[in-house]
Design a protein around this ligand. Sequence first.
Ligand code: ASP
Length: 591
Amino acid sequence: MRAPQPNQYRDSWCGELTPDEVGRQARVAGWVHRRRDHGGLIFIDLRDRSGIVQIVFHPERGAELFALAEQLRPEHVVSVSGELLARSAENVNPEMATGAVELEVSQGESLASSHTPPFAIDDDGPVDETTRLRYRWLDLRRAGMQQTMITRALITQTLRQQLVERDFLEIETPILTKSTPEGARDFLVPSRMNPGDWYALPQSPQLFKQLLMMAGYERYFQIARCFRDEDLRADRQPEFTQLDVEMAFVDEDQVIEVSEAAIAAVFEATDFPIAPTPWPRIGYDEAMLRYGSDRPDLRFGLEIKDVSEQLRGSEFKVFESVLSGGGTVRALNAGAREMSRSELDSLNEVVQVHGAKAVAPIVVGDGGWTGNLAKFFTAEQITAVNQALEASDGDLLCFVADSPSVAPVAIGALRLELGSRFGLIPDDQHSVCWVVDFPMFEADEESGDLTALHHPFTAPEGDLDDPAALRSRAYDLVVDGNELGGGSIRINTPEVQSRVFDAIGLDADEAKERFGFLLEALEYGAPPHGGIAFGLDRIAALVCGRDSIRDVIAFPKTASGADPLTGAPAPADARQLRDLGIKPQTPPAAS
Ligand code: ASP
């Protein structure tokens, strides 16, 4: 850190006092990290953001000063000054950046005392998360959290710098706005001045950034807060941060190029080891086939194959009824693995979560298949499948047969489960790819209703008269099986936008009522444009090696969307509700 501006509290940072400065007077301020009483001497590790330095109180320096030292307890706040001394050789602590020096206190002032913290600040060990969140200001003092906050700030700063260097303008967009569909529920805010009307908090700045392109700003970015009222099961937060980017007069390649430059700079700044750019691109269909996911984790193999053709016409009823019903059989070679019956059975649960019925396991032996399923298949079928899966004796083959929408995803989940059970996923190696060429829509299994796979402002590719077959000009950045970002080239004509609204079942009136402003703006010269948004919390968690994004957000919510620190969400008082014209009702049970 740059040397502090000297004042009555400090002229130096604790963590930056070095042996070169021995003999000088230094004044430092901070928190009591640890305290040791050593037969007459009191040693304190004093901590500020820069680190820790040992300070020593001698009784002969005066009773008053020593009395101050005797009162100090962990997390009390003091400012002290004195001479910086070299520690004697046997007292040097090589673990500490300032372990070769100590400050002999000649003056000191207590600035604040502290209750005994509910957990130790000088120990980064596990603490119950609700307690950490309830006392977040203390949790944030701990070394681990401080490191993640510093890294996160470095990430944001690196991204800003990269984009500013490339002529992007940082522009803010409204928080009180209208619904911006990204597939989640909106948070609503009642308008006191317009009784009965509601603002929605933005799920993303999507439409505003498009309007900025139509306004001629060419290159926009924002570190944007987004709000999505989702169930928070999977490490999500109701509010999260995106790096939001939009560019005019571009196609996919330019957006991807800028993204790679910005994100690679973040990885470099944070020493996160990853392949050099350009990063590989994988088509959606290929990702779904080989990895059973549009967020493929490429750190390990266990690639999936479609073995429907090889197995068609077998005596095995389960496969045959799936295949004759238009389904598919997917398989992977798990290698020479010993798995007990119950371990194999437990794999069923993995695929059942995704709607498949079971995993059919087969072990290869003597050039054929062993076990009681083998008899249902011809020698040709067995050979063909073994060839497709590059199987050799002792290999365990896993099959999932189901509809074309269920089987790939179910076996994709199985692949991840096996990868982690067999320890195939390295922690210290990372994989990166773009997934491109997505379908434009996905159809509801029962009703057949279409919804946009990305969002309905994504430019489609293909024949608009056959919406279900359209592809989209979308792209996602995937690292280690996590989607770090996603975006698309957008629709820039009112005709195509209306057709897409129509395809997702928004009739003209509804489209006008919800997105009239966008349709109108598209009538006034909208340039070709496209962009992307990156999940900043997820990037920070990834480079900090944290499993939860809560560890890289200063003040996050719990999994139920609560904040144990402030007590939010909380009932509103009757008067506020009256002002808003809202009558409290018993809320419906949470869905
Ligand atoms: N608005 C999109 C999202 O939040 C990203 C984009 O299309 O730029 O996921």
